[in-house]
Design a protein around this ligand. Structure first.
Ligand SMILES: NC(=O)c1ccc[n+]([C@@H]2O[C@H](COP(=O)([O-])OP(=O)(O)OC[C@H]3O[C@@H](n4cnc5c(N)ncnc54)[C@H](O)[C@@H]3O)[C@@H](O)[C@H]2O)c1
Length: 391
């Protein structure tokens, strides 16, 4: 490795082993991953062995105080982010933090304070913003919105002024998951926080990223924040995002499907591997390469049908008695997010998802929980949305 940055990994569980570690060592600007840190010595040892870390420890301070370390990557359980980030920032380390950045506003406040007073870059891994299929979906939506073209069908379009509803965009996010994938730690209110704080933050962030400087003004949620819920997020322009997550689905079909309906069009992203564009003439379906593909000779057509064929091959000889890390991975944007963070350090620019975005996703997650408990829509307080902008 010929890069110039020295990294330390704090939290060496499943995600660090499967995703962060490989992405760190393949980034050309990372000279080495010097530290493997986990409160479980066994996990630290396994990470060090796999990624060639020289040192292992059970104490994060060993990593954050090491003068040789430039970058700290955090993939612990969520509730311990604050002391790690405060220590890392105090020692001037740049921070790549797994989602959710914070479990509540107070934690977010401490994290923002720490990062800004330490003058360090912080990036939250809401990496769906960086997935090639999602970037393409946004690009095509913006293109259509700016210059709508309609597919002719049986009605003759009569020129008339559009109603206000017809000028808006609806963003639908459908997530179907199999609950056997959740460990109790994910569902515990004090560690994982349940799936709104642990998972919906991804899609709340995504909706804010899609609609950019459009401000969310109201949130309404139903169901259980632990694992089965719906969230409706209304924006100032009238645009809206609707998120539905069920734990009662199956791994036999991919987890996520996003749809954007706008001015006579429906643009759909199927699990980061295929985008379909309906209603706009002259635009073809797009397929996207996988990040890891151990079955290049199966499902060569790619896209959703290709992925499903590969998936069938992958699960053929599996049993439930032993956990096997998946070697089949759609491009969710993991690599691009880490690369974007490191580029932001090099160029001294904003990270692809900074501490303000991290705070806002947490704020919306907390408000969604409150809304589901009160069973009513809640306004997003204007002061809270902007509170940290100038902090
Ligand atoms: N961006 C994504 O899409 C994505 C996907 C999966 C997981 N994650 C995030 O990554 C994080 C880890 O998830 P995981 O599935 O690997 O969980 P995990 O439980 O397998 O790993 C967490 C590890 O952190 C260690 N740990 C806890 N407290 C620590 C401390 N104070 N110091 C050092 N180590 C400590 C634990 O011992 C454990 O090994 C979570 O925050 C999760 O939300 C993000």
């Amino acid at each position: 490795m010929a890069g110039k940055f020295v990294a330390g990994q704090i939290g060496c569980g499943a995600f660090a082993m499967q995703t962060l570690g490989p992405n760190l060592v393949r980034n050309p600007h990372v000279a080495k991953v010097k530290w493997a840190c986990d409160i479980s010595d066994e996990k630290a040892r396994a990470f060090a062995a796999k990624f060639g870390a020289e040192r292992k420890t059970t104490s994060f301070e060993d990593v954050t105080s090491d003068p040789e370390v430039d970058i700290v990557c955090i993939a612990t359980s969520h509730e311990v982010h604050v002391p790690i980030i405060e220590s890392a920032a105090k020692h001037g380390k740049h921070i790549f933090c797994e989602k959710p950045m914070a479990m509540n506003e107070l934690q977010a406040y401490r994290i923002i304070r720490a990062a800004r007073s330490g003058g360090v870059k912080l990036c939250v891994d809401y990496m769906r913003r960086m997935a090639p299929a999602v970037v393409a979906l946004k690009r095509e939506w913006l293109r259509h919105k700016a210059n709508p073209k309609h597919q002719p069908w049986q009605y003759v379009e009569r020129p008339r002024e559009k109603f206000i509803e017809e000028k808006l965009t609806d963003f639908f996010i459908r997530v179907q998951d199999e609950s056997s994938s959740y460990r109790l730690v994910h569902l515990d209110p004090f560690t994982g926080g349940g799936l709104i704080i642990g998972e919906a933050v991804h899609w709340l962030d995504l909706a804010c990223w899609l609609f950019d400087d459009d401000r969310p003004i109201e949130i309404q949620a139903w169901g259980s924040p632990r694992m089965r819920y719906g969230i409706h997020l209304a924006f100032q322009s009238g645009n809206a995002a609707t998120i539905i997550e069920t734990p009662n689905g199956t791994f036999d079909y991919p987890k996520e499907m996003y749809e954007i309906a706008c001015d006579g069009s429906l643009f759909r992203m199927e699990f980061f591997v295929e985008n379909q564009y309906y209603g706009r003439p002259g635009i073809e379906k797009e397929v996207f390469a996988l990040q890891k593909d151990p079955f290049p000779d199966i499902g060569k057509q790619g896209g959703l049908s290709g992925y499903l064929e590969k998936y069938k091959a992958r699960v053929q000889n599996l049993s439930n008695s032993k956990r096997v890390f998946s070697s089949l991975l759609a491009d969710h944007g993991y690599e691009a997010m880490l690369d974007g963070f490191i580029d932001a350090i090099i160029n001294n620019t904003q990270t692809p998802c900074d501490e303000l975005a991290g705070y806002r996703a947490t704020l919306l997650g907390e408000m969604a929980i409150k809304s589901s408990e009160l069973n009513k829509p809640l306004p997003i307080p204007m002061d809270k949305w902007d509170y940290f902008v100038n902090l």
